[in-house]
Ligand binder design. Structure first.
Ligand code: NAP
Length: 284
C-alpha cells in the first residue's frame, strides 16, 4: 500500500471496530487492483454519530461501512437513503457523492448473491428464517424479491417475527414462535432454512440452535449467516446428514463486494477478499 496525497479514504464506523475483518479484506482488494484507496477503522461512540457523519464530509472521505451498533441510528444523519436500505430499516454502507452522504444496505444483495453463486434460488421454494434481528431484516427484504412458495419467520419472541413481517406489507409471511408446533410443522416442510441468530458463533462454536436436522426434508438447503467458524456446528450436522449447506462467509464477501463496487466502480476481487478473511480466521 502506497498512501500519498491523492489516496481515497474509506472507513468503518462502529463501536467497537477493533474486531472487524473489513479493513484487512478491503485493503487487500484495493492492493490487488492497484487502486489508490485506504480503508481505516473509525471507532465512534453513539453520542458522536452526527459529528462523525459531518466529519466524513469535512475530511474528504469517499465512503464508509457502518456496523454495530449504528446501522439504524445513523440513518437520520444522512442526506439520502437508498430505497432498499429504507425498506430494511438499516444502513451498512455510505457513499459520499457531490458532498452528500448516501446510505445503502448491501446485506440483502450479499445474501441473495451468495445463494445464486452457489447455484440455489428461493424461487418456488418454502423458505424458513430462524431469528428476526438486524440481519434477518435484510434477508427478508432480499428473499421477498423472489417468487417464493412460502416464507416463515421464526423467533423466540413471536412479536419480533411479527414486527419483521410488518416491515414488508406487500409480502405474505407466516410468523411462528420458536419452539412451537407451528415451528416444527414449517421446519419439516421447508426447502431452505436460514439461521440468523448468533448461536454457534465463535467462541461458542460448540453450540447449535434447537433445530432437529432429522425433521428436515432430505433435500433441504441449510444456510447459516455465521462466518466464524466457517462451518458452524449446525452446518456440520446438516452436511453429515447429506444436506446441501451454505455458510456466512459467502454472504460476508458478497456484501463487501457490493460496497467495494459502490465506492470504486470496479469489480471486486472476491477471491482476494476471501483469502484475506481466511488468513485472519487462521490466525485467531
Ligand atoms: P441481532 O440483530 O442481535 O439479532 C439476533 C437475533 O437472534 C434476534 O432475533 C435474537 O432474538 C435472536 N437470538 C439471539 N440469541 C438467541 C437464542 N439463544 N435463541 C433464539 N434466538 C436468539 O444480530 P444480527 O445482526 O441479526 O446477526 C445475527 C447473526 O448473523 C450473527 O451471528 C452475525 O454474525 C451474522 N451476520 C452475518 C453476516 C454475514 O455477512 N455473513 C451479516 C450480518 C450478520 P432476541 O432479540 O430475542 O435476542
Amino acid at each position: 500500500m502506497n498512501i500519498n496525497g491523492t489516496t481515497q479514504k474509506i472507513g468503518i464506523i462502529g463501536w467497537p471496530v477493533g474486531h472487524s475483518f473489513s479493513p484487512c479484506l478491503h485493503n487487500a482488494a484495493f492492493d490487488a487492483l492497484g487502486l489508490n484507496y485506504v480503508y481505516v477503522p473509525l471507532p465512534v461512540e453513539k453520542t458522536q454519530l452526527a459529528d462523525a457523519v459531518k466529519g466524513l464530509l469535512a475530511l474528504g472521505f469517499a465512503g464508509a461501512n457502518v456496523t454495530v451498533p449504528h446501522k439504524v441510528a445513523i440513518m437520520e444523519y444522512l442526506d439520502e437513503v437508498d430505497p432498499v436500505a429504507e425498506k430494511i430499516g438499516a444502513v451498512n454502507t455510505l457513499v459520499v457523492r457531490q458532498k452528500r452522504v448516501i446510505g445503502y444496505n448491501t446485506d440483502a444483495l450479499g445474501f441473495m448473491a451468495a445463494l445464486h453463486r452457489h447455484g440455489f434460488s428461493a424461487n418456488a421454494q418454502r423458505v424458513m428464517l430462524l431469528g428476526a434481528g438486524g440481519a434477518a431484516r435484510a434477508i427478508a427484504a432480499g428473499v421477498s424479491r423472489e417468487q417464493v412458495k412460502s416464507f416463515t419467520i421464526a423467533a423466540r419472541r413471536l412479536e419480533q417475527a411479527q414486527n419483521l413481517a410488518a416491515t414488508l406489507p406487500d409480502f405474505t409471511f407466516t410468523s411462528v414462535g420458536w419452539p412451537s408446533n407451528d415451528f416444527s410443522l414449517a421446519l419439516s416442510q421447508a426447502d431452505i432454512i436460514i439461521h440468523s441468530t448468533p448461536i454457534g458463533m465463535f467462541p461458542h462454536s460448540a453450540e447449535q440452535p434447537s433445530v432437529d436436522i432429522a425433521d428436515l426434508k432430505a433435500s433441504a438447503l441449510v444456510c447459516d449467516l455465521i462466518y466464524n467458524p466457517v462451518k458452524t456446528r449446525l452446518l456440520q450436522i446438516a452436511a453429515a446428514a447429506g444436506h446441501p449447506v451454505l455458510g456466512g462467509m459467502s454472504m460476508l464477501i458478497e456484501q463487501a463486494a457490493a460496497a467495494f463496487e459502490l465506492w470504486t466502480g470496479e469489480n471486486a476481487p472476491r477471491s482476494v477478499m476471501e483469502q484475506a478473511v481466511q488468513r485472519l480466521l487462521d490466525q485467531a
